[in-house]
Every structure is written in structure tokens, then in C-alpha cells.
Design a protein around this ligand. Structure first.
Ligand code: ZN
Length: 372
């Protein structure tokens, strides 16, 4: 393993931050995996999983079992990790700008279309190299000035030429679920089975340029743009892994999740050894546009009827919202049938808050599909 330090410029005098990436295996050997933990810095399970991954990857490196390079960022967001407000961690949004740390990555596709016009061939591996080289050149030209933009530029640059990108997050209160690009569903089914995910949510363009999509969309969008005479494979499988709830930080889960990720890399041929048989998946892939956010029509106390992991039917009550002043109460019901996979950890919310998410099989939303 070798360690790289990536300095982040101080946003104020006297500050110092850097990002640390751990590199296992061999660089420039044809295969690359990129794994980052806790880009939303108040989502801690990923950092504990990274702790177990680090140990397992060191062992695998010692026995020569790593194919190519595996890059691990045990703390993807040291800026967010240092943000506390009156004792409360605040790692989802950049304090300075209010921008979500998992939004506003560079969508390189428009520039790539221009830059690569007439330069690609019918040779897939040649094209993959050309596209990755162009991506790195474009990212190098990103005039990132703020500390947060330098962080985003560094993360995207480390990941952009990887074959597999795993972005480890968690939700407020949730069962394990995954987000990926619609064309990548076949490659991600095995991870869904290995991690026993309760939802596998697909989108081609979820809105807001989240990290995983900024790495992966290039491949299906360029293939569509350049047409059939140019050979362009889906060269990056990027997945956002939601490791249950914010408080689900324990050795048992972390060990189990790290092992499942290692098994997935084995399954994908990035780690040597016979892959285990993939367990039967708990869910079918469903469209992100089929997720119903449960929104409350008034401020109030939440009393849930359903838990994360419950299958719910259209019309079933999900949550009561009780106004503690007037005593009035509403019951909000599901508008679709599906799996309730996440809900808020708060028990008093303001009017209009999305308090739970149900994965349904029929796409019915459009526009920006991501929560703030
Ligand atoms: Zn997150």
C-alpha cells in the first residue's frame, strides 16, 4: 500500500486540510477500483467499513491477489467531517455555500462530445483509453477555487478512470439500498445480492450531478452520441451504496459489508480467487423515478406505522402527523405499492417535509429525482 496526500487549500488563514488516498496493488496495470467513504461526512458507517477494507486489502496485497489497483479513501470529506454546529455534526452540506457535498460534480459529457469528435475508432480498448485521457485533461482544466471545489475536483480526478466506483453513504433511518445508472443494472445485480440490498434504484440522469453519475454517465451518453460505428463499452460501473441508518455503526455490519464488497470485486475480476455464489437478491431493480417521497401536509409529531424494510400496499397508512397545539391529526398513506426503504430519524418535522421513501416499480416522476 502506498499513501498519497492531496493538499486542500485553506479557505481561511491558519487552516490546513488534506485528503488521504490509500493505493493497493499496481497502478496503470489495466484495472482500477475506487472506493470512497462518507462523502456526506455525517454518514459514519462507510468509514468503519473502510477500516475493515483497509485490513483486508493489505492482506490481499501481501498475497498478490489484487488485480490492478484499488484506491480507498477512508475519509472522502475531511472538510465536512470538521463541520459541527453547537455540538451537532453537519456533514451533508458545505457550510460556506449550502451546496450538498454529493452534488455539482463536473458533467464532462458536453465537452467530451466536442473534444472526441472524429477521434474514436471501432477499437473499444483504444476508445476507453482515449476517453479517460480526455476526462483527465478536462478535469485538470477545472478552475476550482474554493476549498470544496478543490475537494470535488480531487475526488472526481481520482475516480474518473476507474472501472468500478463505490461511493459509501447511509440514509437517516434505512435498510441497505443501492443507486446506480440504469444501463448498469446487470453489472450491479451481483452486488445487490451480496449485500442483500432492499432496493436497487436506477436512473440515467437523476439531476444535480451526484458523484457516481458524474463518473458513469459518460459511457452511455457518449455511446449514444457517437452511434454504432464507434465501439464504446460501459467502462465504469459506479454505485452509491447506502449502508442502512446513520446509527448503524457496529463491527458486525461493517465486517459483513466489507466482505461483501471484497466478494463483489472478486466477482468482477478485480481480486483473484473463486467468487462465492451470489445469494438470491432481496429486490428487483426499480426506477428512481418510481420512488414515492412521503410528504407531510402539516407540521407535527411523526408516529410511523411502517418500518424501513416493510413492503407496503397502495393506500396503507405510513405515518400519523399530529399537531401538538391544535390536536389535529393527519394520516399519510402510500400512493403506490412497494418497499419502504428509508425514513427520517426526526420525530417532529415542518410542513412539507419528505419523511419516508417507497421504492415502486413504475416510473412516474421526472425532473430532479434526488432529495436535497
Ligand atoms: Zn449520503
Amino acid at each position: 500500500m502506498h499513501v498519497q496526500h492531496h493538499p486542500l487549500p485553506a479557505s481561511s488563514a491558519g487552516q490546513e486540510y488534506h485528503l488521504q488516498s490509500l493505493h493497493f496493488g499496481h497502478q496503470h496495470s489495466g484495472k482500477k477500483t475506487y472506493i470512497q467513504a462518507s462523502l456526506h461526512a455525517d454518514e459514519i458507517p462507510g468509514m468503519l467499513v473502510a477500516q475493515y477494507l483497509r485490513q483486508q486489502l493489505l492482506d490481499l496485497e501481501r498475497t498478490g491477489a489484487i488485480q490492478g489497483e484499488i484506491v480507498l479513501l477512508p475519509v472522502a470529506n475531511p472538510l465536512g467531517l470538521a463541520q459541527f454546529m453547537q455540538g451537532q455534526p453537519f456533514g451533508r452540506f458545505d457550510f460556506a455555500t449550502g451546496v450538498n457535498f454529493n452534488r455539482a460534480y463536473r458533467n464532462l459529457v458536453p465537452q467530451l462530445k466536442e473534444k472526441l469528435a472524429g477521434k474514436l475508432s471501432d477499437n473499444a480498448s483504444y476508445n476507453v483509453r482515449k476517453v479517460r485521457q480526455a476526462c483527465l485533461e478536462l478535469l485538470a482544466q477545472w478552475p476550482a477555487v474554493t476549498t470544496t471545489d478543490v475537494l470535488k475536483k480531487t475526488l472526481q480526478t481520482l475516480a474518473i478512470d476507474a472501472d468500478i466506483v463505490l461511493d459509501l453513504h447511509c440514509d437517516n433511518e434505512a435498510v441497505l439500498h443501492l443507486y446506480t445508472g440504469t444501463p448498469l443494472a446487470p453489472q450491479v445485480q451481483a452486488l445487490s445480492g451480496l449485500m442483500q440490498a432492499h432496493a436497487l434504484l436506477l436512473a440515467r440522469d437523476s439531476g444535480g450531478n451526484p458523484f457516481d453519475e458524474s463518473c458513469a454517465r459518460i459511457w452511455w451518453e457518449l455511446a449514444e452520441h457517437f452511434g454504432q460505428e464507434v465501439a464504446l463499452p460501459l467502462a465504469c460501473t459506479a454505485i452509491t451504496v447506502e449502508l442502512r441508518s446513520q446509527v448503524d455503526v457496529n463491527h458486525h455490519y461493517a465486517q459483513q459489508d466489507a466482505s461483501a464488497l471484497i466478494q463483489y470485486l472478486r466477482h468482477m475480476g478485480h481480486i483473484n480467487g473463486a467468487p462465492v455464489e451470489v445469494p438470491h437478491a432481496l429486490c428487483e431493480a426499480t426506477p428512481l423515478a418510481g420512488v414515492q417521497p412521503i410528504q407531510v401536509p402539516r407540521a407535527g409529531i411523526l408516529v410511523f406505522h411502517k418500518q424501513p424494510g416493510d413492503t407496503v400496499l397502495h393506500g396503507e397508512p405510513i405515518v400519523d402527523v399530529i399537531d401538538p397545539v391544535s390536536g389535529e391529526q393527519d394520516t399519510v398513506c402510500a400512493n403506490i405499492s412497494g418497499k419502504l426503504f428509508a425514513r427520517t430519524a426526526f420525530r417532529y418535522v415542518q410542513r412539507g417535509t419528505d419523511v419516508a421513501k417507497i421504492a415502486g416499480s413504475v416510473a412516474y416522476r421526472n425532473g430532479n429525482l434526488m432529495a436535497m
